[in-house]
Design a protein around this ligand. Sequence first.
Ligand SMILES: Nc1ncnc2c1ncn2[C@@H]1O[C@H](COP(=O)(O)OP(=O)(O)OP(=O)(O)O)[C@@H](O)[C@H]1O
Ligand SMILES: [Mg+2]
Length: 297
Amino acid sequence: MSTPTQARRLDVTGMVRVARERVVARIREAEVVAAALSAGRNVLLEGPPGTGKTTLLRALADGAGVPLVLVEGNAELTPTRLVGHHDASRVLSEDYRPENFVPGPLTRAMTDGAVLYVEEFNRVPEETMNVLLGVLSEREMHVPRFGRVTARPTFRLVAAMNPFDAVGTARVTPALYDRSCRVAMGYQDEDAELAVVAAATAGPEPLVARAVRSVRITRDHPELRIGSSVRGAIDTVLIAVELATVRGDGADEDSTGLDAALAALTGKVTLADGAARPVEDVVADIWRRAGEELGKA
Ligand SMILES: Nc1ncnc2c1ncn2[C@@H]1O[C@H](COP(=O)(O)OP(=O)(O)OP(=O)(O)O)[C@@H](O)[C@H]1O
Ligand SMILES: [Mg+2]
């Protein structure tokens, strides 16, 4: 017997089709996440910033024809913010009534049968994680002075986490891991990153290649503790193209590319402890090295 709260299968083929159209590579991840969601499972997506987690999930939700409700996880995401609250001024004149309840993202996602996507999940306060844990187990929750909220059959939770976040992923309780499936989204290979940046910028090929090579170098550079995501390469290309217009030179001109890379990357990387020189010098070296490696010297 199926009850209204029970999860129902999603259009797994449609999900993967839309992901293939919109997401570069990531086919295995798209298939596995789609299969897990279709099977009524909840998913933890673990990967560093800029690895396409949100892009993939948007495509999958669209492919399933299910709305996506996006929530930024942080220390201020209290249970009240997530679940909803009664409108204070209306409570004064009308007292507590279901009609003056303002639903939060969790309540909306449950009643709309949406995928609730919580980014930076490891930053969410423990009480809020516990609310979600209850919903995952029961697919319903009781809201004081509002009543019972029942999840529609397509409701799912997807939580994204950055494994390198200073706020550790160890904060997430084993009970939640036990009720979810985990899919790791690491950095993509160079060809995939080239395709991502080319699609996002339509910039000249040599500039795209040098920007991608540069961010890849930042990720295992001894003077950097945290490297840049593909966003750094996208920003470098977009800025260089604009700068070239102002200066009337080519976007892959050395000094124009370097100025763009400095603006795009110095704030995105973090120097290693005890680094002996400013971040600008490190990024300039990386930009030069990327050019040399690609045979520009
Ligand atoms: N595989 C991919 N296909 C298409 N675009 C991608 C891919 N990976 C990254 N991007 C692009 O890179 C940028 C960052 O991607 P996205 O926002 O999906 O990353 P994220 O993993 O959600 O990052 P964060 O952890 O910071 O939220 C976007 O502009 C997105 O379009
Ligand atoms: Mg994201």
